[in-house]
Design a protein around this ligand. Structure first.
Ligand SMILES: [Zn+2]
Length: 488
């Protein structure tokens, strides 16, 4: 007999400290698909929903129904109206039908204007509609989770990598456990142990030998040693002001609540021990550029973490760009990027070869520094569409809105209409910029860019400047954060 799987995605990583909210327009721009438009978007991609499609292909006994898939770039909290609209679509699709299982693709660090525990709300509402039907959830490694949502869902799994190159595998595992639960082969019971510390995401890479890489190894070893279904380490997203902020360990065991609790507590203890090692200090943009220019031959990258769109950055802070202009580098250099719709429109109107007198950065908010006046020659205009070629969300189509490439004193500067992290090399390549041919590349990005850029570059240096995702958490006023986690 054919079993019915309902599939929905509602993913947002919300930054409480970035200007503006995330509404309909932001979800429409990034990706809001309904029904059959969902498989059209994700077929053949190494994404969560790409994994669902492959699962359905390999399991003819399951029939999938795609309800709604809504995701937006990390930014301010989701407006209450948009939250209700997306939930309305998901719940409307679920109501009045019988399902054998529900798969929810969530991020785990979503906030609503009126609710700092938005992901929990999503699961609660779905549970109310589907009754006892098993629900499987997949999460991002940067989720801020609460215990209640672990208990309400049947089973959940989070990413194990940062950069996130295992979205596909995470959903594959979620579906494997979910369908095993439906068939009565396992009885997942979840536990969550909180880690009372705020972890900066800049030092949360699972590659190399940092503290998060150690945690992933510890979690994998615990999963094997205790024979539990899954152990996920959540680093949390510190810019989401929620009572659930901080790290946490989620464990699902087969029918053994005490074991799940014990393993979660044990692994959480290991993370708390390492908490001081997650903290780090970063150079200023000027220091980072100096270091980059003095680094061994090859392309040196300076990352402006504090305005990384993937952390709620606005693609507009001027800190790194100003330092770059002042440094006057006499080497092949590129800057990616400013999100600046009016400047892109001006460049498209003026045409290739035109010279513009414009200001860049500091235009969407005056919180992070003043605009930088420059003269730039328009050297390329594009429609901003490319397919990912790197290891994250491979083959997924990305839209930057229209873009313009300016030559500013010999520096190639990319301007876009949308605010998208240049994580995939395709972002640069479509503008004729081969990172391996540069000496200096300044980018508004964080860890994720390493996955795609490493084959092209020799040195990567993080820096910190004023911005909505600065590493210095003392800049922010929290309202919901537990007292023990307050930065001081
Ligand atoms: Zn993440």
């Amino acid at each position: 007999m054919v079993k019915r799987l309902a599939i929905a995605k509602f993913a947002h990583e919300s930054n409480s400290f970035t200007p503006g909210e995330t509404g309909d327009a932001e979800f429409e721009a990034y990706g809001w698909y309904r029904g059959n438009a969902v498989p059209e978007r994700y077929a053949g991609t190494r994404t969560s929903l790409g994994a669902v499609l492959d699962f359905l292909k390999g399991h003819p006994e399951w029939q999938g129904t795609f309800l709604t898939s809504a995701a937006a770039n990390p930014a301010g909290p989701v407006t209450d109206a948009t939250f209700e609209k997306i939930m309305g679509e998901i719940l409307g699709g679920l109501r009045g039908q019988s399902w054998d299982a529900v798969y929810l693709c969530l991020h785990g660090a979503m906030l609503c204007a009126g609710n700092p525990k938005a992901d929990e709300e999503v699961i609660d509402r779905v549970r109310k509609v589907v009754g006892r039907t098993p629900i499987g959830v997949s999460y991002d490694l940067h989720g801020n989770l609460g215990e209640a949502q672990i208990k309400v869902a049947t089973v959940a799994v989070g990413y194990k990598t940062h950069p996130h190159v295992d979205m596909y595998e995470t959903t594959e595992k979620t579906l494997r456990l979910l369908t095993a639960a439906v068939d009565g082969r396992i009885r997942p019971i979840g536990a969550l142990a909180r880690v009372e510390a705020l972890f900066p995401s800049v030092n949360m890479r699972t590659t190399g030998d940092g503290p998060m890489a150690e945690m992933e190894a510890i979690a994998a070893a615990a999963e094997k040693k205790y024979g539990v279904l899954d152990v996920t380490v959540f680093g949390g997203f510190p810019y989401a002001d929620t009572p659930y902020a901080g790290g946490s360990i989620m464990v699902h065991a087969d029918g053994d609540a005490a074991l799940a609790e014990r393993v979660a507590r044990e692994v959480a203890g290991e993370m708390l021990k390492r908490a001081p090692r997650f903290q780090m200090e970063l150079p200023t943009p000027a220091e980072a550029i100096r270091k980059a220019l003095a680094s061994p031959p090859g392309c040196a990258v300076v990352l402006e973490n504090s305005d990384n769109p993937g952390s709620g950055g606005i693609g507009d802070t001027p800190g790194l760009f100003r330092a770059l202009i002042e440094a006057k580098p006499d080497v092949p250099t590129a800057f990616a990027f400013f999100r600046d719709e009016p400047a892109v429109a001006e460049a498209h109107k003026a045409g290739i070869g035109a010279t513009l007198d414009i200001k860049l950065g500091g235009k969407l908010s005056d919180l992070f520094g003043d605009p930088v006046p420059v003269q730039g020659k328009v050297v390329m205009l594009t429609d901003g569409r490319f397919r990912n070629v790197g290891p994250m969300s491979t083959h997924l189509e990305v839209s930057l809105g229209r873009t313009a490439l300016l030559d500013v004193r010999g520096i190639k500067v990319i301007l876009t209409e949308h605010c998208v992290s240049p994580n995939d090399p395709g972002f640069l390549l479509m503008h004729g910029i081969d990172p391996s041919k540069l000496r200096l590349l300044c980018v508004k990005a964080k860890n994720h860019i390493r996955a795609g850029l490493l084959p092209y570059v020799k040195t990567i240096i993080d820096c910190d400047a004023p911005g909505p995702a600065t590493i210095d958490m003392r800049n922010f006023t929290f309202r919901h954060l537990p007292e023990a986690l307050m930065p001081n």
